[in-house]
Write a protein that binds this ligand. Structure first.
Ligand code: GAL
Length: 439
């Protein structure tokens, strides 16, 4: 499927390439003799486009901005609201089309490859080798930040998407243990419901619904099957009994949510847990950063446990920043930021605020809280137990992701849509994706 925006982007790429060549030649010719290079290097403001707009996300961004300021570079913040980057992606595309790309952008997962393919991203190989990124990061992180053997993104932290947050006090009042299996989850939900407590907080925003669903797929079948579906998009795998079961379980869970399930930002959903309005929520661990920032310490009012059935696994999303080359006038500042965010000190401090964990193998888990420690240890076990999140762009390209999410969302909001219909629709979609990618 070729979209107009993509077509226009390719045209722009050709123009940009020609311009870059001319610009590079000019620099080589005149750089040593003129003030031009000096002024380019002195321009040390970086616009940073991202979707961190909640209290803890802003705090994490402010922390990075302060550390960058220590190095003499100003962070001009461009935060676009919308959980999971719904708004930020659109703003980025239109700014690139207007030839006004920000110098730094939160681009994550497969999207990194998409933008790198168009030739827009600065190669960070020098920073990576000087700072031994190869030896420092988990292998999955190294693969994620590279495109055609060049490093084109700098990693910030690893979020765990298969996290069940629960209000400890609500569960304790009813003498309930946090559930570890599906059966235990069903039993806990039934008891909470009988006691008049909403068992599960949930929004009907499409990405939040699909987050719950990919958790159920992982719980039912593990990372291999999750990849078979969302990375390989194997149409046959959609007709598997395990897929039907995940759909049915999601519908069963609807009975544990407030009725109707409103479309609300993730912060509102998480707040329900803090206020004891609901007992549990399935959410990426940025929820922990947010709860902490609101004054709720981990393992006091709330705690977290892996989504029941996924204890060994890590459904991951990695936050990364990529740099747009533009006219190459901010390269030094861009490289400073890239180097800075991967340092052990920034990794420790930033991730403690954000709710994520360090991308570094030499991080110290004893300095992490219980949720972070469990996440970091699970991730450290290696790729076989890791699953790349569909919703957070780790598994597939933007348009396939959006289309899959829409099918799952439709099944969730409309109870007359059957599991079988949903499977047929998705399998047909997977066949089209696979045909297109073979062309
Ligand atoms: C994710 C991102 C997180 C967090 C979350 C909610 O995609 O990785 O950093 O911001 O969205 O918006």
């Amino acid at each position: 499927m070729i979209y107009l925006t993509e077509y226009v982007a390719v045209l722009r790429l050709a123009l940009r390439f020609a311009r870059t060549l001319m610009f590079g030649a000019l620099i080589l010719l005149f750089c040593p003799a003129t003030a031009f290079c000096g002024s380019a290097q002195a321009d040390t403001t970086l616009q940073v486009l991202h979707w961190w707009t909640s209290a803890s996300e802003r705090k994490a961004a402010t922390l990075l901005a302060a550390r960058l300021a220590d190095e003499g570079v100003a962070w001009r913040d461009v935060g676009i609201p919308g959980g999971a980057g719904i708004g930020a992606g659109k703003v980025l595309k239109s700014r690139v089309l207007a030839n006004d790309a920000p110098e730094v952008t939160q681009i994550i997962g497969v999207s990194i490859r998409e933008w790198a393919d168009l030739g827009f991203l600065l190669e960070l190989d020098k920073v990576a080798s000087a700072n031994k990124w190869n030896a420092s990061f988990f292998p999955t992180i190294q693969t994620l930040i590279q495109h055609r053997k060049h490093v084109v993104a700098a990693p910030l932290g690893i979020h765990r998407i298969n996290t069940l947050f629960y209000n400890r006090k609500l569960l304790a009042t009813l003498r309930l243990n946090p559930p570890e299996t599906w059966e235990e989850l069903v039993a806990v939900a039934a008891k909470l419901k009988a006691a008049g407590i909403i068992p599960l907080a949930q929004s009907s925003e499409p990405w939040q619904v699909a987050t719950l669903f990919e958790n159920l797929i992982l719980a039912e079948s593990g990372p291999d099957y999750h990849r078979e579906l969302f990375v390989k998009q194997n149409a046959q795998a959609v007709f598997d009994k395990r897929f039907t079961q995940a759909l049915e379980r999601m519908r069963q869970m609807k009975g544990w949510m407030s009725n109707p399930v409103d479309e609300r930002p993730w912060t509102d959903v998480v707040r329900q847990i803090a206020k004891r309005e609901a007992a549990m929520v399935v959410m990426g661990d940025w929820a922990k950063g947010e709860l902490n920032e609101w004054g709720f310490a981990t393992d006091d009012e709330f705690s977290c446990t892996p989504m029941p059935g996924t204890g060994k696994y890590h459904l991951y999303s990695v936050d990364t920043l990529s740099m747009f080359t533009n006219d190459y006038s901010r390269v030094l500042a861009q490289e400073k930021l890239a180097r800075l965010i991967a340092t052990p000190a920034v990794q420790t401090d930033y991730n403690a605020v954000k709710g994520s964990v360090s991308v570094r193998r030499d991080a110290d888990p004893t300095r992490m809280d219980s949720c972070a420690r469990a996440s970091w240890n699970a991730f450290a076990q290696g790729a076989a137990l890791q699953a790349p999140s569909l919703v957070h762009r780790m598994a597939t390209d933007e348009s396939s992701r959006d289309a899959i999410i829409a099918v799952i969302h439709r099944y969730f909001i409309d109870d007359t849509v059957s599991a079988a219909e949903t499977q047929k629709r998705l399998a047909a979609m997977f066949r089209t994706f696979n045909n297109n990618s073979r062309k």
